[in-house]
Design a protein around this ligand. Structure first.
Ligand SMILES: [Zn+2]
Length: 549
């Protein structure tokens, strides 16, 4: 049984399994010996062995597996054991006894089944790896689809139809998929499926797969508009290239039994965010100013983390496996390879453009990696492979760039590179509301207090490290809690429901005030027409060859 899948976190799925039994080909029970924490040995005569077990599935969200009275979502690596010797053999799968009103849809193996037809559907995967890349949604859900550039896109939503507008969702996704296929000049699939969960209550995140994605967005986050959905959808969609097909050697072959040491997540995740946001700008879902504000927020996030001075973005990739631990996520312990990786992606794009006077860009780097690795069915050698691609595209050395900003912790050269687009970074010190404590949250989970300021209101109210914040003013708290509180007026009173091992209680907390630094990209005192041209090329790619628009 795998110990991890989807999230780069060891989650020991065996803990959910009970009563493992086996029968040999003649129906006699075969001895089962539990040989390791996630391994069983079965002794039986040569031939067929039937293994059965019960499993408890109650973790919701795209990284989980859930089977309840009203819906099911299965990530197969959390559900099905594998035989190491047979892992690359084809396997068939069949679901039985589903409620008759349920429908089913997965990303590739089982396809789709209408109500009452699930029992008759059997899918065949080429390998266990392929199967576990195709989670299945079961229940009653809303569906839509559209055709574009010769491909079919399916949309499946488990949510309340009153919480979102399917036509609007269709429209947004069509813009993203078109912009991405155009940018990559490639479409390595005929069908692609977007699976959404729109829950009330905590939750969030997305998981990429080769032929689709599973995404969860809390309905409170999409009340105003669908931009939060668009943003995670663009990121997950671009993953179909970056990480699913343009794949680092360090993640292959997949070791389901141990954490895998990889220094490449700054590229796999960070650059996926770089391109995801760029696709939103190119498809008109972001204005230029919204795009620049988004980049400014990323810079602010990084600059506010003291750990940027001692943890490189490669080390942050390597330590991804600690992200389930509250203290690890605190600003003094770690940076995020999503966050710094995204900024490094932007700076690398600008550096390539600067060296080639906009004739080459990050897009050419991805085309090169797609041609040299993905299409040749080869894996790239982590950071060295990205460096090689940057050098191949420009004909210039990127040794110093990778040494200082990828392997090293040197301050990022914002002003040197943004000036190419007529911009510089301005630091503003502003008064912010302070809660007197800070929290971190594991993906989709409730925030946990990691630190309390001495002599703060929070300390006087008895808030302690380890407390979980359940609601804020009656609404479920999530990973954005600290940000949300800092945006309120100092002096505001908020109602928090807090839980710890002594129980749950409600506190009324008066927010204090403090100073925080914000980083903002602004125009240089004079922006030359040339710099304006560079900026338009960078954000919109108007000058790129092979573009359909
Ligand atoms: Zn991702």
């Amino acid at each position: 049984m795998p110990v991890w899948n989807a999230l780069y976190q060891v989650r020991n799925f065996t803990a959910n399994i009970e009563d493992v039994r086996a029968q040999d080909a003649s129906g006699n029970s075969a001895p089962v010996f539990k040989s390791k924490t996630s391994e069983w040995q079965i002794t039986a005569p040569a031939g067929c062995v039937v293994v059965s077990y019960d499993i408890h599935l109650d973790s919701s969200g795209p990284f989980g597996s859930m089977l309840s009275a009203d819906h099911g979502f299965l990530n197969w690596a959390m559900v099905l054991m594998y035989s190491p010797a047979l892992r690359s053999q084809p396997l068939s799968i069949r679901l039985l006894d589903a409620p008759t009103v349920w429908e089913m849809r997965d990303l590739r193996i089982l396809g789709a089944a209408a109500p009452g037809k699930i029992d008759q559907t059997a899918g065949i995967a080429h390998s266990y790896d392929e199967l576990v890349d195709s989670p299945v949604e079961l229940g009653t859900f809303q569906q839509s689809s559209f055709q574009q550039d010769g491909a079919t896109y399916h949309i499946v939503v488990d949510g309340n139809p009153a919480d979102y507008n399917m036509n609007q969702l269709d429209e947004i996704l069509a813009k993203i998929t078109h912009a991405a296929v155009d940018w990559m000049q490639d479409r390595p699939y005929d069908e692609y499926t977007f699976l959404y969960h729109f829950p009330h209550g905590p939750g969030g995140g997305g998981m990429e797969h080769a032929y689709g994605t599973a995404i969860e967005v809390n309905v409170d986050r999409m009340r105003r508009d669908l931009l939060p959905v668009a943003s995670v959808s663009a990121h997950e969609f671009f993953h179909l290239w970056n990480v699913k097909r343009i794949r680092p050697q360090s993640l292959e072959p997949i070791d389901y039994q141990h954490e895998m040491d990889t220094r490449a997540l700054w590229f796999c995740e960070g650059f996926t965010s770089t391109v995801g946001d760029m696709l939103l700008a190119r498809s008109g879902l972001f204005t230029d100013n919204e795009y620049l504000r988004r980049v400014s927020e990323e810079i602010t996030d990084l600059q506010r983390r003291p750990a940027r001075e001692w943890q490189s973005v490669e080390e942050s990739s390597l330590e991804a496996w600690f992200e389930g631990m509250a203290f690890y996520r605190s600003p003094q312990r770690s940076i995020s390879y999503y966050n710094k990786g995204e900024i490094v992606g932007i700076l690398l794009d600008l550096r390539i453009r600067q060296l080639t006077n906009d004739t080459k860009s990050l897009r050419d780097l991805f085309h090169w990696m797609n041609d040299h690795y993905a299409k040749q069915h080869r894996y790239f050698p982590d950071s060295a492979g990205v460096e090689e691609a940057a050098e191949a595209v420009t004909g210039q050395s990127f040794a110093a760039f990778f040494r200082d900003y990828v392997a090293g912790t040197k301050d990022l050269p914002y002003d040197t590179l943004f000036q190419y687009a007529g911009l510089h970074v301005v630091v503003n010190t502003t008064q912010f509301a302070t809660a007197g404590f800070s929290t971190t949250a594991n993906i989709g989970a409730q925030p946990e207090v990691v630190q309390v300021d001495p002599n703060s209101e929070a300390q006087k109210l008895g808030i302690l490290p380890g407390d979980r914040v359940i609601t804020v003013n009656g609404r479920p708290a999530d990973a954005a809690l600290d940000d949300e509180l800092s945006r309120l007026q100092p002096g505001t009173t908020v109602r928090l429901e807090v839980a710890n091992r002594r129980g749950k209680r409600e506190v009324e907390l008066r927010l204090g005030s403090g100073q925080l630094e914000s980083y903002e990209l602004q125009d240089l005192a004079t922006v030359t027409p040339e710099q304006r041209r560079h900026r338009t090329a960078w954000i919109h790619g108007d000058d790129e060859s092979g573009s359909a628009h």
